[in-house]
Design a protein around this ligand. Structure first.
Ligand code: HEC
Length: 141
């Protein structure tokens, strides 16, 4: 009986860990969604680089922010068309979480404009932090 209980709790733990990962149908997951995720990541890193380094490319920051907004649009579209396999995250929930990313990306875009108009870069650093929180909603931190 004890063994059965233990097995049950181990299974329960495994299910709740898996619930945090937004895996899509298919053994390799959704390759296109993965590419979009990597696009997010590289665009954010490029922006972080421009904000924290003295480079002649600072004005590109606005277009990286737009790229992040656009990637959020593409991910919403992909969620619409994909079959999901996670038990706790249905399409509606994934779309809602991605909407939060889209909103944070727009806030970031505004923050970049404010920065390029001569304000402190802190506004951009804060907006990037807020954006990353919305990523963690799907990726479990
Ligand atoms: C609505 C949920 C959702 C949000 C929000 C989200 N992602 Fe993802 N992400 C996914 C899904 C789904 C995949 C594909 C997973 C799979 O098929 O295995 C993915 C994949 C990725 C990958 C690729 C992982 C790999 O195995 O190659 C990265 C990197 C990533 N996301 C980063 C981000 C970043 C950065 C953000 C925020 C700007 C973000 N994601 C926001 C759902 C989300």
């Amino acid at each position: 009986m004890k063994k059965i209980c233990l097995a049950f709790f181990v299974m329960l733990a495994a299910v709740s860990v898996a619930a945090f990962r937004p895996a899509m149908a298919g053994d390799d997951g959704n390759i296109y969604a993965k590419l979009l995720g990597n696009t997010f990541e590289l665009q954010i890193q490029a922006l972080e680089h421009l904000v924290t380094t003295d480079t002649p490319y600072q004005e590109n920051a606005a277009r990286h922010a737009m790229g992040i907004v656009s990637t959020a649009d593409l991910l919403t579209d992909t969620i619409d068309k994909a079959e999901l396999t996670t038990a706790t995250m249905d399409k509606a929930r994934l779309k809602k979480l991605n909407d939060a990313t889209w909103t944070a990306a727009n806030d970031l875009s505004n923050a970049v404009k404010i920065w390029l108009e001569g304000q402190d870069k802190k506004v951009v650093i804060k907006a990037i932090k807020n954006l990353r929180v919305t990523c963690d909603n799907c990726h479990g931190g």
